[in-house]
Design a protein. Structure first.
Length: 183
């Protein structure tokens, strides 16, 4: 019981950590980068293995789960957007595996990313540089543009490597069985 309460609190705190109330794109128009799709993993400084799952939700959107498969996993809709000459990933966090949902409207985060040799490197937009209290998409875009050359525009780099199923690397996914009650 105590563990469940701690997990619920951790999930709420994690969702409260989102930075912005403003969306740069309400209707995703850029096609997804299919090289982002898949399961990614990293090892934290504490030796914990974390997974990032990126699935296509449609031609212009992703479903993101982090840390995927964990009791405190968070879920977001994500889309690529352009602003200030940069291509960013807009993350709109909408809930956790524990059923917690954001309460304060701060559901958006923005990240830059680069892919090379099976490694995904990303950096979140720094809310200390681009004010988290901007009131519109235009103001957020202008603030990003004004700070485009600022070396502190983004936070520290996080790095993931593509995760392979150890049993059969590269094997196509199998369809899960349909529960008998659904037939």
């Amino acid at each position: 019981m105590k563990t469940n309460a701690l997990i619920a609190v951790a999930c709420t705190v994690a969702l409260a950590g989102c930075d912005y109330t403003v969306s740069l794109t309400d209707t995703p128009e850029l096609p997804i980068d299919k090289t982002l799709v898949g399961s990614w993993e990293r090892t934290t400084q504490q030796g914990e293995r974390q997974r990032l799952l990126v699935l296509p939700l449609g031609p212009n959107e992703y479903l993101v789960s982090f840390p995927a498969g964990a009791k405190d996993a968070m879920f977001a809709r994500a889309a690529l957007c352009k602003t200030g000459g940069l291509t960013l990933i807009q993350l709109a966090w909408f809930g956790t595996a524990q059923g917690a949902i954001p309460e304060d409207g701060r559901i958006f985060q923005y990240a830059s990313y680069a892919l090379a040799d099976g490694t995904l490197k990303g950096r979140l937009l720094n809310a200390d540089v681009v004010d988290r209290d901007v009131s519109s998409a235009a103001a957020l875009s202008a603030a990003i543009e004004a700070n485009r050359d600022n070396p502190k525009l983004f936070r520290d780099v996080w790095e993931f490597t593509r995760a392979e199923d150890p049993a059969k690397p590269g094997a196509p996914p199998k369809r899960p069985p349909i529960p008998a009650a659904w037939r």
